[in-house]
Each structure stands twice: as C-alpha cells, then as structure tokens.
Design a protein around this ligand. Structure first.
Ligand SMILES: NC(=O)C1=CN([C@@H]2O[C@H](COP(=O)(O)OP(=O)(O)OC[C@H]3O[C@@H](n4cnc5c(N)ncnc54)[C@H](OP(=O)(O)O)[C@@H]3O)[C@@H](O)[C@H]2O)C=CC1
Ligand SMILES: CC(C)(CO)C(=O)C(=O)O
Length: 300
C-alpha cells in the first residue's frame, strides 16, 4: 500500500516518520517551498522521547496529483484548513480510502459527504511538535485510535495491526464516540494550556490548574453521565502526564497567531450539552476567553 499524507505539520510529519518504518512508499504533501527544500536537504528528522534521532526519507510533493487506487490518503491539516482539501479530494478516484486525523467533531459529517467509498477517522492520543521545517519532536507516546466512517474495513485492520515501536494503533468500533471522547479530553487540556501558555504536564503539577481540571471534569460528567464509566479523572491526568512536554496543538496555534480549533472542539461539546439542556459554565468561560484571545491576537 502507498500512503500520501496531506499536511507537513506536527502530526503529518510524526505520522509520516513512524509509518515509514512499515511502509516503503510514503509521500508528504508540503505546501511551502522553504519546507520542501529543507526536507530534501535533511530528510525527515524525528526527535524521540529518549533523545535519540530517527531520520527517514519520504517523497516530497507540492500538491496532490491523481493517485492510484492502492493509495491511502491521510489528512493531517487543522480543521480550519479542511475546506480547501475537500475540493482536492473530490477529484480523486472513489476507491481511494481517506483517513482524517483532526481533533474535534465538526469534520465528521463533512468528511462523509465526500464521494469516496471508504472514509476512516483517527484520534491521536500522542504528542507531536514541529520543531523546524524538517524536524518533528515526539512529545508523548499515545495510541492512534482508528475507526470506520464507512466503507471497506481492510485498511483499518492493516493499520490497527501494525507493530511499530512507540507508535501503537488500535481499532475502535464507533467513530463518533471515539471523536467525542477525544474532544472531551481536548476540552480539558487545550483551553487551559492555551490560556495559561503552559505545556500539558504543567496542568497537573500546578495545584490551581489541577483544581480547575477537576471542576471541569465534574461539570462535563454531570452533562454526559454515561461517559463517567468509560472516562475517569485519572484518564485526564494520564494524558497530561503522557504528553507532559507537548505544546498542545491549540497553544501552538496561539503562539503562531493562527486561528485555533476552539469551535470544532470546545464549541461542539458545548452545543452537545445544550441539546440536553445542560449549560457548562466553566467550559463556556474558557471558550469565550479563547475567542477573546484569538480576536485580540488578530488586531496585534
Ligand atoms: N500536535 C499535536 O500534538 C496533536 C494534534 N492533533 C490534531 O491533528 C490535527 C493536525 O494538527 P497539527 O499537525 O498539530 O497542525 P499543524 O498546524 O502543525 O499542521 C498542519 C499542516 O497542514 C498544512 N496544510 C494546511 N493546508 C494545507 C494544504 N491545502 N495543502 C498542504 N498542506 C496544508 C499546514 O501548512 P502551513 O503551515 O503552511 O499552514 C501545516 O503544515 C489537528 O486537528 C490537531 O488538533 C491531535 C493530537 C495531537
Ligand atoms: C493529545 C493532545 C492533548 C496532545 O497535546 C492533543 O490532542 C493536542 O495537542 O491537540
């Protein structure tokens, strides 16, 4: 199987680097010339958690050309960048499977409107940080969960049975449930790390942010009580600790003055609670603070 990854940011680079240990034909779609030159010159470099460096060669392409049917497309751009990608994907053969790796909920139904027969979703529980144009740092081992949107299951089985060291994968039955649970996890980590401008691990080391996390947990579990069994406060702390040295994807957006994914993650969870007649005062406060920060950033 060939793999083409769209988006050479933190997740795209990390996933390309690990998958190149099992697949020989990996292409990365890179849109800046500067990054293309850097990747040609240095190869794709991964800084591992133990300080070692792994260097791989992947094919670098500037845009998506019509691909053969034995290719899997992995979409690793931010939610706000998907609209342009959908247009390009629509022109690809309908037998080409597509895997979406976004956080949040808004892309689920949009992706299922594509003409392709097989649509897959992933939920990344690892940390990844683009260090420079050719280097990505692995910032926490975590599972890449994979679930079917629709279509043929074969690729999902192939991916979930991979045995790549430090890059575990897992087959999940229900894609919507998987994305929702990840959105809940992101509601704990992403807003607070972004507003406080701290790395993920700091949230559980600081007694005040830990208290906020606990209050937020109780608020969310009150709105979604069926999650309490599947989702314990220990899981929230575990993800913060596992990805302790990571700059969350939302904080990375704030640092680079980019639009964040606050609406598809936090906004979507608030809406789901509203449908049940539940308000989420703590999460709503964080939501508006994030939007305020984003709006003031635009004016700077
Ligand atoms: N970083 C992390 O630790 C984690 C991230 N995630 C999720 O993964 C997804 C990706 O996040 P992340 O990798 O951090 O994001 P980044 O912003 O680091 O990477 C996105 C990349 O996509 C590129 N891109 C955007 N549009 C196009 C296009 N049309 N063609 C080619 N390339 C394009 C961007 O290029 P440019 O720079 O030019 O805009 C950028 O390099 C998000 O939904 C995020 O929430 C999930 C778990 C962990
Ligand atoms: C897994 C985690 C919390 C890693 O930071 C993430 O999903 C993100 O940064 O968006």
């Amino acid at each position: 199987m060939k793999i083409t990854i769209i988006g050479a940011g933190s997740v795209g680079m990390l996933v390309a680097s690990f998958l190149s240990e099992s697949f020989h034909d990996i292409s990365l779609i890179v849109r800046s010339n500067e990054q293309t030159i850097a990747l040609h010159e240095h190869g794709l470099v991964r800084e591992n958690l133990d300080g070692t460096i792994s260097k791989t060669k992947v094919n670098i392409k500037s845009h998506l050309t019509p691909l053969s049917e034995d290719t899997l497309i992995i979409v690793a751009v931010k939610y706000n960048q998907l609209q342009n990608i959908y247009k390009i994907l629509e022109t690809q053969h309908k037998n080409i499977p597509i895997l979406f790796l976004q956080n949040g909920l808004a892309h689920y139904e949009e992706a299922l409107c594509l003409p392709q027969e097989t649509i897959l979703f992933g939920s990344c529980q690892f940390g990844a940080e683009k260090i420079n144009q050719y280097t990505v740092a692995h910032r926490g081992i975590g599972v890449l969960k994979l679930a079917m949107g629709r279509g043929k299951e074969k690729i999902l089985h192939t991916l979930s049975e991979l045995k790549i060291q430090n890059f575990p994968t897992e087959y999940i039955e229900n894609a919507e449930q998987m994305l929702f649970e990840k959105a809940l996890l992101n509601c704990f980590i992403n807003p607070l790390t972004t507003l406080l401008m701290v790395k993920n691990g700091e949230l559980v080391e600081n007694v005040h942010s830990l208290k906020l996390l606990e209050d937020l947990y109780n608020e969310l579990m009150d709105a979604f009580p069926e999650e309490r069994e599947r989702f314990q406060f220990a899981d929230v702390k575990k993800l913060c600790i596992q990805t302790a040295s990571n700059t969350s994807s939302m904080l990375a957006d704030r640092i680079h003055n980019r639009q964040t994914e606050v609406k598809t993650i936090v906004g979507a969870v608030i809406k789901k609670a509203q449908v049940r007649g539940k308000s989420l005062p703590i999460l709503s406060t964080l939501y508006h603070l994030l939007l305020a920060v984003e709006e003031s950033g635009e004016k700077m």
